[in-house]
Write a protein that binds this ligand. Sequence first.
Ligand code: NDP
Length: 264
Amino acid sequence: MDLQLTDRTVLVTGASSGVGLAVTDMLLQEGARVIAVARDRGRLDDATRALGADPSRLLAAEADVTIRTEVEEAVTAGAAHFGSLDAVVCNAGRSLMAPLSETTDEQVRDELELKVFGAWNVIRAARAHLAASSVGAVVNTNAILAKQPEAKLAITSAARAALLNLSRTLGEELAPEGIRVNSVNLGLIDTGQWRRRYEAYRSEGGAQDYDTWSAEIAADRGISVGRFGRAEEVAFAIVSLLSPRASYITGAHIDVGGGVTRQP
Ligand code: NDP
């Protein structure tokens, strides 16, 4: 099926790794043009170069999504480079795993900045461009934690709930401008985040190999499919929602969690 993304321009944050990189790859394969955003320019260049994409369809932009001016510069430069901006994927992020007693006020602020402003800055900067497109769309990468909070992930869960709420509201507010806003809520996805946690486990003396370690976590969390998800499995949901064929879907969310969802 043609997803009708050929020659559409999409800005993807967190494009140097995991889900963002998989989304970038899938969009390029669909014939879209991508503005790939992350903070570490070297890592971003290495990752996008490895995709083997036509350089004329890919623009790397260094920006921290929590800094409004940097996001505005990336959006303006990207839209000028390709002559349009049709969609954005607000994906940059990480999670904070710590008991409340060990969480500092600064970490709480950082988490809210990243999860809420990380999307808000991008959507605000891109809004006029998306409104000018005939197929304006936003997809926010979120987590099932938004609806199903977990201990030791309290602040991340709260920030995720705020982002889910924001996505729904923006879906309604931006509909008159022709901009659709949806979310994809992740369960446990095998990306840099989990590789870093595995390295920490090993450095603390853990002996299991990655597959055994991750399968045990998947079983412990009640994931029906019995394993972590893959970045490209998330990318499929995100790219589908970006497609103009999803023209009647807005203010909605899709869970990509291998059946982990236990709440509506
Ligand atoms: P990765 O750690 O693999 O990649 C994170 C990406 O975000 C990198 O490109 C990183 O590049 C970028 N990034 C981080 N902070 C910023 C920032 N302030 N400004 C710009 N770019 C930034 O993450 P995943 O692919 O696993 O995660 C993608 C999204 O999904 C994240 O929002 C994550 O929280 C969420 N998620 C992931 C889950 C999982 O199990 N993997 C579960 C639930 C949600 P750089 O550091 O160079 O900026």
